[in-house]
Design a protein around this ligand. Structure first.
Ligand code: PMP
Length: 347
């Protein structure tokens, strides 16, 4: 089997060589966020998923889904993978496909950042932009990608309902965080698109805590405005209100990846609170991250305040800020959304 060799090698970053690009996915640093930590008296750590080869947490899902399809024999050499994505999964799939000799067809709502669109084209994806439509509409990017798969006999990655996605996080990201924190993790916060990251890491941390015979960390879902998941966790109500400029997160249904996930609580974070964290991480800590990372860190700070000083909290730095230069770091765009413009951008 073509995956057996890279699979058998450890994926633990700079202390080893990697057999190829897919083997270099994961093994990301866990960085203490000093301002968030100092403000709360806790230790808050960000898993630097923007350091993956494709620049986001979704490299892990792309690789896990492709390796699962290879193992099940449903992805043949030279085959084509089609997926509906906010961009990052498409980037991960395309790069892993390039490395393994597959073709990729990426369906994406046209509202996503120009940087992600340009990058997907640059790396050779067959990109199909579609108008942004709600999931109940058959023109929604997820349904378009499913139909393309059915019509052409291509593999549909189906990241929302393919639990190979969360399984990848259960087997890699969760154990990495546990090990990096020396088995002392009080809480974990994370926003959801598919839910694969939150659910998989939650399971992985739970597995590790069980094996160590200690209490598992508290798992808290971080949700932007315009998503139904906060209401779902709090009261079983999936209805949606408000909106967010963040990309790749927010959900109005319980995906297969979210079914049965360990979730203890939720925090809803509005864009200004997330932006405050994004700008602070950049200007005070040298960490350039995108919108969902801001939501995650803001939620980690809230959880730290609830738990009180002395606790250890992990969260995810999902992708890098350069992917959103034309939005999160563009004064005209921010003003058009009535959002504050940070001083150093406003010159
Ligand atoms: N942040 C960003 C930037 C993303 O692109 C995504 C995935 N769409 C997520 C967070 C959410 O990850 P997941 O799909 O695992 O819930």
């Amino acid at each position: 089997m073509m995956t057996s060799e890279p699979d058998s090698l450890p994926r633990n970053g700079w202390t080893t060589t990697s057999a190829d690009m897919p083997a270099a996915v994961g093994g990301t640093p866990l960085i203490r966020l000093s301002r968030a930590s100092d403000a709360t008296g806790c230790d808050i750590f960000g898993k630097a998923e923007f350091m993956n080869p494709g620049g986001s947490v979704k490299d892990r899902a792309a690789l896990a889904i492709i390796e699962d399809a290879e193992k099940r024999g449903v992805l043949k050499p030279g085959g084509t993978i089609v997926e509906g994505t906010a961009g990052n999964t498409g980037i991960g799939i395309t790069l892993v496909a390039n490395a393994r000799g597959y073709k990729s067809v990426i369906v994406m709502p046209e509202t996503q950042s120009q940087e992600k669109i340009d990058f997907l084209r640059m790396i050779g994806a067959d990109l199909r932009l579609v108008p942004a439509k709600p999931y109940r509409d058959q023109g929604n990017y997820v349904h378009v990608s499913r139909r393309l798969s059915e019509e052409n006999g291509w593999l549909w990655a189906n990241q929302f309902d393919n639990v190979a996605n969360r399984e990848g996080h259960r087997l890699t990201t969760g154990p990495e965080i546990w090990e990096q924190m020396g088995g002392k993790v009080d809480a974990f916060t994370c926003a959801c698109g598919t839910g694969g990251t939150l659910a998989g890491i939650g399971f992985g941390l739970n597995d590790a805590a069980e094996a160590a015979g200690v209490a598992r960390p508290k798992i808290v879902l971080a949700d932007p405005e315009g998503s139904g998941l906060y209401g779902w966790v709090k009261s079983g109500d999936l209805s949606v209100s408000g909106s967010s400029i963040t990309e790749g997160i927010g959900q109005s249904r319980v995906t297969a990846n979210l079914e049965g996930a360990i979730i203890d609580d939720a925090e809803r974070i509005a864009d200004p609170e997330a932006l405050e964290q994004i700008y602070s991480l950049l200007i005070h800590e040298g960490l350039s991250v995108g919108g969902s990372s801001g939501i995650n860190v803001a939620a980690a700070i809230r959880v730290a305040r609830t738990l009180g000083p002395g606790h250890r909290i992990a969260t995810i730095l999902c992708d890098g800020g350069a992917r959103y230069q034309s939005k999160l770091f563009n004064p005209e765009f921010l003003r058009s959304k009535d959002l504050p413009v940070p001083a150093w951008l406003d010159r």
